[in-house]
Design a protein. Structure first.
Length: 558
């Protein structure tokens, strides 16, 4: 499952770029870097390990994507103007009703083992990796119980045949589904293929010691002439935020990503002092909390809206350490996104304790309140979050805000894996996948197309395990149909706006605020701003995080 709603960070994840380099201010003009230099090795510290590199088996979040873009190329990419453009593909053309998408590959591209990238290779990936039983990509390629099909047209051309119209289908080819794996390598390594990745990317796999390091070396036969520049990159999972930062400052590693606002602040300060370089990135993936709308009392809209009016995002952002660079959030897109709505921003429930008290009292004194308690009894809620120190402080801040309007709050610390499982629930429950929580801290949003983001997150409860909120609404369904069937931006924008406007009243989730992501880099690294695509467009940073495109990075050797 592609988790559009991601557990735990609650204000520690986001995507839309401004650059901060030596000097530390936003939009600093880049220095004249000179001609790229070939050679050298660098080490990148990652937030977490990745389980596998095999499509259909891998669960690649932001840390894994740092590695993925070195080993694999994607069939399509998103440019910074929001368009889906060819990358490994030469073209992608839909038919008139958007039920067939014909993709033609570039000529002469090979996998690291010499296997040609052709239509048969794509067909092998599709049949044996992406849509096999148990593949975590199978659901994305299934619509109303029917699988997408792939037909080989000629040596370099395939057609994706969809069960019904889908104007957002191309988005799927920018991620793992669009990252071809060598068929020969899959056959050679079998069950160990996920530990022996063979793609078409600018670097090729050398070795992987899980939870220690993964090493890649330059692909001298890369199809994009002139890159990459480095001889070798070592990726090391360093989960502890303070240790990862200390490793960067000591020179033990030369790159890191952080979603913790307090660490972002320290990197900004060290960039101001000239100790590091950094990119500060704020986009559409924000932090907050989700309600399980099948659980009383948050099944009642008055309670959800009242709790929203009771919190002050500015103070929550301050608790997380993001004051000065992290803005409040009001919807699933940042104000830099083409899908952002100022009307929705204006309509989002503002901090208003009096209005919160009014709504909550209305529920509290209702003789038919959904929690079954007597009229006038206190409202009680449970707020769950992983036991990260910053999230504990955040949970306590939520508790204080809600206590101030008369709500009793039980705080529960839940380890990350269980936190996610509690939200997913069990297929054996009634309804299936209803989850076992009331309010969870969570991360939400993506740079992806609105249909991709929202169709599963608010799909039928019994068949949509990632509808963690269990919220369904005819207005959402109607507008998802517009997003699915229309190729007109204005129509699709109006549909996305209508869903977000509905959420300002229904409040299926809360917002803690946007989240700045910082990429910290050693002083000698160059080329990290470059995101040029094969046809000259600028690549949009990954929707999973502010990923440096390492193939264009080089070391200034003085």
């Amino acid at each position: 499952m592609a988790l559009v709603l991601v557990a735990g960070a609650c204000g520690d994840d986001d995507d839309d770029a401004t650059d901060t380099t030596l000097g530390g201010t936003e939009d600093t003009e880049p220095v004249d870097e000179g001609e790229p230099q070939i050679g050298g090795s660098l080490t990148v510290g990652l937030e977490a390990e990745t389980n596998s590199w095999l499509p259909g088996e891998s669960a690649i979040a932001s840390p894994g994507w740092e590695i993925n873009v070195t080993l694999f190329d994607q069939l399509m990419a998103r440019s910074d103007d929001g368009e889906i453009v060819p990358f490994l593909a030469e073209s992608l053309e839909p038919n008139e009703d958007l039920t067939e998408w014909t993709l033609t590959l570039r000529e002469g591209v090979t996998f690291h083992d010499g296997t040609p990238l052709n239509a048969e290779a794509l067909k092998y990936n599709f049949d044996n990796l992406l849509t096999r039983e148990g593949a975590n990509t199978r659901g994305t390629l299934t619509d109303q119980g029917t699988l997408v099909q792939m037909e080989v047209v000629d040596d370099l051309t395939v057609t994706y045949v969809l069960p019904r119209t889908n104007g957002a289908f191309a988005e799927n080819l920018t991620g793992v589904i669009g990252s071809p794996f060598s068929p020969a390598a899959h056959q050679q390594f079998g069950e160990d293929a996920g530990s022996n990745p063979v793609g078409t990317g600018p670097y090729q796999f050398v070795s992987w010691s899980r939870d220690d390091r993964l090493v890649v070396r330059r692909n001298d036969n890369y199809w994009r002439e002139g890159i990459p520049y480095l001889d070798e990159i070592v990726f090391r999972p360093i989960p502890d935020e303070d240790t990862r930062l200390a490793s960067l400052l000591s020179g033990e590693i030369q790159g890191l990503e952080t979603l913790r606002q307090s660490i972002v602040t320290q990197i900004i300060e060290r960039a101001d002092q000239g100790d590091v370089q950094q990119r500060l990135f704020i986009g559409s993936n924000g932090g907050g909390a989700i309600y399980n709308v099948l659980e009383a009392p948050v099944d009642d809209q008055r309670v959800r809206l009242g709790l929203a009016h009771a919190i002050d995002q500015e103070q929550l952002i301050d608790v997380l350490g993001g004051t000065g660079f992290t803005p409040p959030q009001t919807q699933y897109w940042s104000n830099e996104s083409p899908w952002y709505s100022e009307d929705v921003a204006d309509a989002w429930p503002a901090f208003d304790p009096d209005r919160a008290t009014e709504l909550l009292d209305e529920y509290r004194n209702d003789p038919n309140r959904s929690d079954g308690k007597a009229a006038g009894s206190p409202i009680a809620v449970q707020f769950n979050c992983p036991p990260d120190p910053s999230l504990i402080e955040l949970s306590q801040a939520y508790q204080a805000f809600w206590n101030n309007v008369g709500v009793e709050v039980q705080l529960t610390q839940v380890e990350q894996a269980q936190h996610i499982q509690n939200a997913i629930g069990s297929p054996d429950s009634d309804p299936p996948f209803r989850g076992t929580y009331m309010i969870n801290c969570w991360r939400m949003g993506s740079e992806a197309d609105p249909y991709i983001i929202l169709k599963d997150a608010f799909g039928p409860v019994e068949s949509s395990p990632v509808n963690f909120i269990n919220y369904v609404n005819p207005t959402v369904d109607e507008n998802l149909e517009v997003l699915r069937t229309s190729n007109d931006f204005d129509e699709r924008y109006a549909a996305a706006e209508a869903i977000m406007m509905l959420f300002t009243e229904e409040v299926p989730n809360l917002w803690t605020g946007a989240t700045a992501i910082s990429i910290g880099l050693g002083k000698d690294l160059r080329g990290w701003r470059s995101m040029e695509l094969p046809e000259g467009q600028t690549r949009m940073p990954s929707g999973e995080g502010n990923v440096v495109y390492w193939p264009t990075v080089w070391i200034d050797q003085g």
